[in-house]
Design a protein around this ligand. Structure first.
Ligand SMILES: [Zn+2]
Ligand SMILES: [Zn+2]
Length: 427
């Protein structure tokens, strides 16, 4: 029994002070005076949530847990521990592991490791193409059957329009979403940061905004022809926001996500050649941040993700040109989103929670993200007023490649409950 919290359940339009009762791993009641008869016969653990927000378990549909292949950077066990500490009761692993997740057995392997870790629910997307080479479709049907929640070649975009068209048609047969890391390589080349004034100053090859926008535009044409569900991953430019706006006006089945990095940091951060700011898509400009925030305020963005991308310090210590892309960001995601969106008034708490629960659950087609009676007892309790400093040395993640170390943020995860079990507690 979670008592006296501010219960925010956007899917059921709930935002009020009340109790949440979980029995046998499922939501039994949400109300002011819970009177379930089973309370009289069973031992009931009571959690006092006075002053706290009680939310459906948070869902992050874009993480990299590096297993199999790079277990020194992250494992499904360490990533899952990080996830619950960050309030996430469900995560979706990206398939760009080594080897990639591209058949039924690979999907089952991720699920099994997730169950063994016994922290967060672990889902995975499968690769769109074999070995993520963009040529031949992977075993999408078998992966769908094994429970893959969608497909992506994340880390790369599918370059050939005909391959992408086939992938969309094929995925539609299983009603699975195709997600794209929009990046046209002919524009991106071997770029390592945003193309513009700062890349010129630093003498580094740039990635033009067009790399993202050209592929997103092309994909929107394919969706127009097929009317198949499509998800644009980590959009980062004003032009992409505009393309999404136009596509949604036409009611195309298109969704998109953003990361905190593209809302809080600009290309200017790369001035010190600090590789913790090297991500893909690259950090852009103030104008892009403004456009993304406007898109979020308008309801054009469907999911807030971390794109948690852990890397070894030895790799991130390479020169900017050679270091891998990515930021370890799972464990600071909530605080960062409060800073990026709630503090400047872009979203209120119900708006933020909706983009971290109900909407992402819909994209991946799982029956989660609400506190409806009978749903799985996944709950996140957040102290919205707690102020603290991000400390990478406290991360459960194996990696520390995070530019937010020392940032002062507000909004802290207190408890994470998965299937009725307390899997993380801050005290
Ligand atoms: Zn990506
Ligand atoms: Zn990614």
């Amino acid at each position: 029994m979670i008592k006296n919290g501010r219960v925010i359940d956007p899917a059921n339009k709930v935002d009020k002070k009340c109790d949440v009762l979980i029995i046998d791993g499922r939501i039994a009641e949400v109300g002011e005076k819970t009177q379930d008869p089973r309370l009289k016969t069973q031992d009931c653990k009571v959690i006092d949530a006075t002053g706290k927000i009680v939310s459906p378990g948070l869902i992050d549909i874009h993480v990299h847990f590096r297993e199999p292949g790079d277990e020194e950077e992250e494992t499904i066990a360490s990533g899952s521990a990080a996830a619950v500490a960050a309030g996430f009761t469900s995560v979706v692993c990206m398939p760009n592991t080594n080897p990639p997740i591209e058949n039924e057995t690979d999907v089952e392997y991720i699920h099994r490791k997730g169950r063994q870790a016994r922290k967060t629910h672990v889902y995975t997307m499968g690769a769109i193409t074999k070995n993520r080479e963009g040529v031949e479709l992977a075993e999408m049907g078998f992966m769908a059957e094994a429970g893959a929640v969608g497909f992506t070649d994340d880390g790369k975009g599918v370059q050939e329009p005909t391959v992408m068209l086939r992938a969309l048609k094929y995925a539609a047969m299983f009603d699975k979403v195709v997600a794209q890391h929009c990046q046209d390589n002919s524009f991106a080349g071997d770029g390592v940061m945003n193309s513009g004034f700062y890349s010129t100053v630093l003498g580094l090859p740039g990635i033009d905004a067009l790399a993202e926008e050209a592929m997103l535009w092309r994909d929107i044409q394919l969706v127009q022809k097929t009317n198949v569900r499509y998800h644009a991953q980590h959009i980062s430019t004003a032009g992409s926001a505009e393309l999404i706006r136009a596509a949604k006006k036409e009611s195309l089945p298109i969704t998109c996500e953003v990361t905190p990095h593209h809302l809080l940091l600009t290309e200017e951060s790369c001035l010190e050649y600090d590789t913790n700011y090297k991500i893909n898509p690259p950090l852009r400009t103030e104008d892009d941040i403004k456009a993304l925030k406007e898109a979020i305020a308008e309801g054009l963005v469907d999911a807030l993700v971390s794109d948690h991308a852990p890397h070894l310090q030895s790799e991130k210590e390479l020169v900017f040109l050679r270091a891998p892309f990515g930021i370890a960001s799972l464990e600071c995601a909530v605080g960062l989103y409060v800073k990026a969106l709630i503090e400047p008034g872009v979203l209120d708490w119900p708006g933020l929670i909706r983009l971290m629960t109900e909407k992402p659950a819909k994209i991946i087609g799982v029956d989660k993200g609400t506190l409806g009676v009978g749903k799985q007892g996944d709950v996140t309790i957040i102290d919205p007023d707690a102020k603290y400093k991000i400390d990478v040395n406290k991360f459960r993640s194996k990696s520390r490649n995070c530019p937010y170390d020392g940032w002062a943020v507000t909004g802290k995860v207190e408890k994470t409950i998965v299937g009725g079990e307390i899997r993380f507690s801050a005290d």
